[in-house]
Structures are given as C-alpha cells and as structure tokens.
Design a protein around this ligand. Structure first.
Ligand code: GLC
Length: 741
C-alpha cells in the first residue's frame, strides 16, 4: 500500500470519536445560556475549595478537621454574588458529614440557581477522603499487577462510595508516565510505559463513568494532568519539562487519547511548563491539540491555583488579570481558583472590555453544562443517605486486598528464601509498624502526617506477620540485641522504604538513595550471616545499591493500601503466590536512571550493551518472580506482512512446571530495528495475565495490527510505518517480522 494512502487511513483511524452532546442536551444547554447573565456564566467556570464555605472555627484548626460545619452565610454570598458552580475536596470525614455538606450546598444553591453544583474530589485510590472509605493500592501497584481489572475495580469502588456522598466528579485517573523516578507523584502513575498507562487509564475511566441504566451512580472521570506533567527535568514537582513534540506524541499523549476515546468527560491541566510554555497558557495544547485534533468536548479544568501561577510561578503574566486572559484564551474552561473570587472579577472585566468575546465564555459554559446534564445532576444531585451501607463493604475490601496481593513484585528470591515456612523470623525495619508507609499520600488527607488518621483496626506489617506466623515464630528486632536475636533467628525480614505520606511538592527530594540509617541496619543484619529479606514499601524506587546484591530476598510492596500488610504476610508465608511484574525500571544507582523503552544510543558509552540491564537496574521493566516456574515455548507467528491493516497472529505456550498454581502476566515486546526517527530498543505492544494451574499449559495469543502496534508519530502527529525488519519478543523467545510493501 502506498505509504501516503496509509498515512491518510491511519490519520482517519486515529481521529477521535469523542461523544458530543445529544440534541436534547444541546437544546437544554442553549436555552439555559440564553437566560444566563454574564456573571452566572462566569460562575459556572469557577471552582472553589470547601474551605471557602466552612465556619471560621473549622479553619482555625483545619489541620485537625474531622467534621465539617458549613457557614451558610459564606455560601449564600458566593452564590448570590458570584454564582459559583463547583466546589472541591476536603478531608476524610464521616459519610453522614459528607451528606450534610453536599446536601446543604445543593439545597442552598437551589434558592439561587437552576443549575446544580458539581462537587469534585481526589478519590484517586479508592474513596480516600472518606473516613471509612475503601482504600486501594496506589496506581504504581495497580500498574505492576498487569491486570486492568484492578484499575477498573479501584475506580468503580471509589465511584460507588463517592457518588452517594454527593460528589459527582472524581479527579482520576492520573495518566502521566512514571519516568522521573524521584518525582513526588511517581506513585500516582501506573507505569513508565504508555501502553500500560493507557489500558489502566481506560479501565479506570470505565470504572468511574458508567452510564448504563443499572449503574447506581453517576460520576465523571478526570484525565490528568494534561499533558507532560510527569517528566520534570529535575524530578522536582511542577518544575520545567523539556519534551520534544515528537516524544510528547509518542509517549505522553497516547494515554490521554485513549482515555478521551473511552469517554472521559473532563481533563485537568498540567501545572508545569513544557519547552518554556506553561500548559495553562498553551493554545497549541489546550485548543489545537485537545479540541481540534482530539475532538474533546468535555471540561478542561485548571489545577490548583494555576491561573495565578502564570504570574507568580511562571512569570509569563504581569498580573492575575493578564493570567486570566491567557488561560481562557488558551482554552481553560474552569478555574480551580480555589480560594478567592478574583477570577470572576477579572474575567468579567475582560469580557466587558471586549478582550474576551462572550462567545468564548459560552463555549466553556456549554461544556460545563453538558457534563452536568450528562451526569443527570439536573434530575438527581442530592446525596443518598439511604445507600451508605456499601461503603467499605466486604466485597469492596476483598477487591482492595486482591489488588494488593497481585500487584507486589518479588524481585529477588535467592535460595528460595521465600516463602518462609517453619522458620524463626526476626522482624524489623523503618516501615514495619507504620500505617502511613502502606498508603502514602491522598489517604484520608492530602498527606497524612501520622497513623492517627488511619483506621484503628488497620494492620501494620508487624501486626500481619504476627497474625500469620504466630508469636512464637516472630521476634521484634532490637538493634541493641541484634547479635543475640540473630542467633535465635533463621531469617531476618526488614520492612524498608518510606514511611511518610507525601504528595506533590511535599514529595520533592534531592536524593533517591535509601537513607543511611536504613542502609546501615540492613548492613548490620547482613553481617549476622543470616538470610535477609527486604520488604520495600515506598512511593518510588529508593536506591539500595550496596545491599541489593547481598540480601537474599526483595519484595517490592509499593503502596499496597489499607489491606497491604495482610497481602505482604500472605506472600511471605506462601499463602499467596506473587504475580506482580515491574511496571517501571527499578534503578540501581542515581547516575543513570532511564526507562526500559530507551533509545539504542542510550548505552553507546558502555560495552557490552547486553549487560546494560544488570549494570543499571535492580529490576528491569517486566521483571517479577513467582513461586511457580513458568516455561515459554512454541512462539508461532507470520514472519512477513504487506498490508499493515491486517492482523499478524502470534501465539506462545506457557507451562507452569511447578506444583503451585500461579498467575502469569505475559508481556509482548516489539523492536523496530531501523526507523527514520530513532526507535526505542523495545516497546510493549500487549500484555495479558492469566492463572495457569500447576503442571498445566496455556496458549497466549495476540493479534498484532501493524498500523496500530508498529507505527510511530512524527512531530506533527502523522503516524509512520516504515518497511523493514521488526523483532517480536515474548518470555525471552524472539522472532523476526518483516514489513514488505
Ligand atoms: C492538586 C493536584 C491535583 C488535584 C487537585 C485538587 O494540586 O495537582 O492532582 O486533583 O490539586 O486537589
């Protein structure tokens, strides 16, 4: 096929099929807009934090808030004068308190407007701002499960526990790539790989947004943070990123396109800048790309304080009014202001001065009203106090526990030190008795500063090990008695990593290395000559180079959630067969931190290249051990194709040669050996996880569509598929594939 005709067909294929408002909704929207004053329209574009409508007494000690009391005078003033259309966030309070908050807001609003309020909340790993909400593992764990059903279930559970509280907008999923390993939001990403992020993100969108008649909730998802937020040059949150247009399109855009194609109704904008242009001021990204090219019809909301940031953080606007002008003209629909009403004042002035046409305002108001109609808020917006019994139900808890079980990665298991059976275990470590360490940020509050915010009955790792192995098998490590205790113990288990909850800039660090105190304890335990197993609970891959080669076992637990300790103990005891695989490259040293899909020249300075992974990563992307032994054989596929639109069928046998049932994620990689734009050395093109019973075989098959799976974009987004040789690899088996026109 002529490559240019191919290009056209691919472009048509990639053009978005974004949902548009129905005729009925369009008529309702236009009718409302005709009746609305400019102030009312601008109010719909305004989102304020809950702190703007609570009593002063709450604000005086907001750090300890555990119950909200609204100041209805403040609320009435904001509605009467500014017609505010959206509020957001809060802290973990009881379901009943949330019902009071949202019911009051909506009832007071009804006295001033026919347009319901849209309430947004960061329920990013379960209903995390709800005292008894079901908390799931964070996304980095979900990605390591290589099973999208966990992403779906985490999102659906959050929606089920959120919507009845009167919150109809969940600020999830995060669709950034986990490439900056020290970034304070690394744990909010699913993976360093765009395919994993895309598929997990689509599953999350489907979990949050389900408009089928039988679904008892209506919530909007929020694909964030559009675009290129996750790869700051310095690794520090909200610091500048330099990403070429071509890389932006090849690696960072696909998850957002997938989420929008899946129907995500809103996006949240990246606070940072790309190549010198803050995204909140980028017409190219927010209008040309998001609207014209991707066809997005929903709401583009700013991130926190990000219009003001164009002045105060980025310095591209002289003042807040100019910043407002830039953001609105770039394509922002709603401002998460979030604690003043300046946005309303300045935007009204800009329209009255004729600098911003009212037609531009109407454009955003249409999108906002469409989402509110789509969510059915005009018909049912009040919380449902009669349906709170599903919160933290046994079914929801089971979903979180299973996600934790299947998302941890057994990185190392020398001498089959795991599972531990009939052994005396000395347990210690920095995170052994920390609840915060299991859940990370966005749990009950933005960054919980202590265990006091966590459920009384939540197990720490220590609790779970005692419950699983029994007190007679467990001794708590006392550093002053280490030698004596080591003589008693058969094995030493150290819970290691991070035990502070951090989020955003609070998570900024200047050294990814594990702190010296922990490294020292590991070293002392190694000196006892007893086997040492590390459990890593952390939001990002802390470096453990000096000890990684000496310890016997390493379990990457990540941030496994409120039920994570139980899952850790079950894996250590063998009750659960670990099945997670690294969804990111776990670096060994700080000097060279990259992702698996790096370019060929990345290692041009070292030889032999084949040793690259051993030298530079503790666990490469896709690595993960099991208690089962999986053997791959019989890779079958065509070796040439000429029509890129036709599938190339590929299959492989995987046999479980152990006596233990186990789940195996089969990862299919492709290498494009020659490309007019340098190609990643490997790219994941498919993954599938299945249970394989002991002694059984299972055939995994995959239909590779060349124009979908082998093409890559140029800097203008045109998909290129070039004749030549490709290599497919699955489970260490490889086969060549030739594109011959
Ligand atoms: C924060 C985060 C964003 C979150 C929003 C509302 O700054 O960047 O992810 O949804 O503000 O809390």
């Amino acid at each position: 096929m002529n490559p240019y005709i191919l290009l056209l067909s691919i472009i048509l294929f990639l053009s978005c099929n974004q949902e548009k408002p129905s005729n009925e909704h369009e008529q309702q929207i236009e009718s409302l807009i005709r009746q609305m004053s400019l102030e009312e329209k601008i109010g719909q574009m305004t989102q304020l934090n809950i702190t703007t409508i609570v009593q002063d007494s709450i604000l005086e000690d907001y750090g300890n808030v555990s119950h909200y009391v609204l100041d209805t005078a403040k609320l009435v003033a904001l509605l009467q004068e500014f017609h505010v259309g959206s509020f957001l966030n809060g802290r973990a309070v009881s379901p009943e308190n949330w019902v009071y908050v949202t019911e009051t807001i909506q009832n007071v609003n009804k006295q001033h407007s026919a347009i319901p309020i849209l309430y947004g909340i960061d329920h990013v790993h379960g209903a995390s701002y709800l005292r008894n909400g079901t908390i799931f593992p964070h996304n980095i764990n979900i990605g390591c499960s290589f099973d999208t059903s966990h992403a779906f279930l985490a999102a659906r559970t959050a929606a089920l526990e959120t919507a009845d509280l009167g919150h109809h907008w969940i600020f999830a999923p995060v669709l950034g790539l986990g490439r900056a390993k020290s970034w304070g939001r690394f744990y909010e990403t699913y993976s360093e790989d765009p395919l994993v992020v895309s598929r997990m993100g689509v599953a999350a969108v489907h979990g949050i947004q389900d408009f089928s008649a039988t679904t008892p909730y209506r919530t909007a998802a929020c694909a964030k943070h559009f675009l290129g937020y996750s790869d700051p040059k310095s690794g520090w949150d909200r610091s500048p990123a330099e990403i070429s247009d071509q890389a932006l399109r090849e690696f960072f855009l696909p998850p957002f396109k997938a989420a929008l194609d899946a129907g995500a109704l809103t996006i949240m904008i990246n606070s940072g800048e790309i190549n010198g242009i803050p995204v909140h001021a980028s017409h190219e990204l927010l209008t040309d790309l998001l609207r014209e090219e991707l066809g997005f019809q929903g709401i583009a909301v700013t991130d926190w304080l990000d219009i003001i940031a164009l002045d105060e953080m980025h310095g591209i606007a002289e003042n807040e009014k100019e910043a407002t002008y830039m953001a609105i003209m770039a394509g922002v629909d709603m401002s998460m202001v979030p604690v003043t009403t300046n946005f309303c004042v300045y935007l009204k002035e800009l329209v009255e001065e004729g600098r911003i046409p009212e037609s531009r305002i109407n454009e955003s108001v249409r999108r906002i009203l469409w989402v509110k109609f789509k969510l059915g808020l005009f018909d049912q917006v009040l919380p449902r106090a009669d349906r709170l019994d599903r919160i933290n139900s046994p079914e929801h808890i089971a979903g979180s526990l299973q996600a934790a079980r299947e998302s941890m990665v057994l990185i190392k298991n020398e001498g089959q030190v795991l599972p531990i059976r009939d052994k005396k275990i000395l347990v210690g470590g920095f995170t052994l008795q920390s609840k915060v360490a299991l859940c990370g940020g966005w749990t009950y509050r933005f960054a919980a500063d202590s265990d006091r915010w966590f459920p009384e009955d939540m197990q720490t790792i220590y609790d779970a090990l005692l419950a699983t192995f029994g007190e007679s098998q467990i001794q708590l490590l006392d550093e002053n008695r280490l030698s004596e205790q080591a003589r008693w113990a058969d094995v030493i288990v150290l819970a290691t990593g991070e035990n502070t909850a951090y989020a955003e800039t609070q998570g900024t660090i200047d050294d990814l290395a594990l702190d010296a105190g922990q490294a020292n304890l590991i070293g002392r335990c190694l000196d006892t000559q007893k086997p040492v197993v590390l459990i890593l609970t952390e939001g990002r891959p802390r470096l453990i180079p000096e000890v990684e080669g000496a310890v016997d076992g390493i379990l990457f637990a990540g941030l496994p959630g409120v039920y994570g300790a139980q899952a850790i103990a079950e894996i250590l005891s063998g009750a659960v067969n670990p099945s997670g695989k690294m969804a990111f490259t776990y670096p060994k040293r700080s000097g060279h931190i990259i992702s698996y899909n790096h370019k060929k020249a990345e290692y041009s300075s070292i030889r032999p290249v084949s040793e690259e992974l051993q030298r530079y990563s503790i666990a490469p992307f896709g690595h993960g051990l099991s208690y089962s032994t999986f053997v791959y054989s019989g890779l079958r596929m065509d070796t040439t194709f000429s029509d890129p639109s036709l599938p190339v069928s590929i299959s492989v046998e995987v046999r479980n040669e152990s006596a233990q049932d186990g789940k195996e994620a089969v990862l299919w990689f492709v290498s494009d050996l020659v490309g007019s734009i340098t190609r990643p050395v490997r790219e994941l093109v498919h993954f599938e996880k299945q249970l394989i019973s002991a002694g059984e075989s299972r055939t995994f098959s995959f239909e590779l569509i060349p124009e979908r799976d082998l093409a890559f974009p140029d800097k203008l987004g045109q998909q290129l598929l070039e004749p030549g040789q490709f290599r497919l690899e699955v489970g260490g088996l490889t086969s060549n594939l030739y594109y011959r026109e």
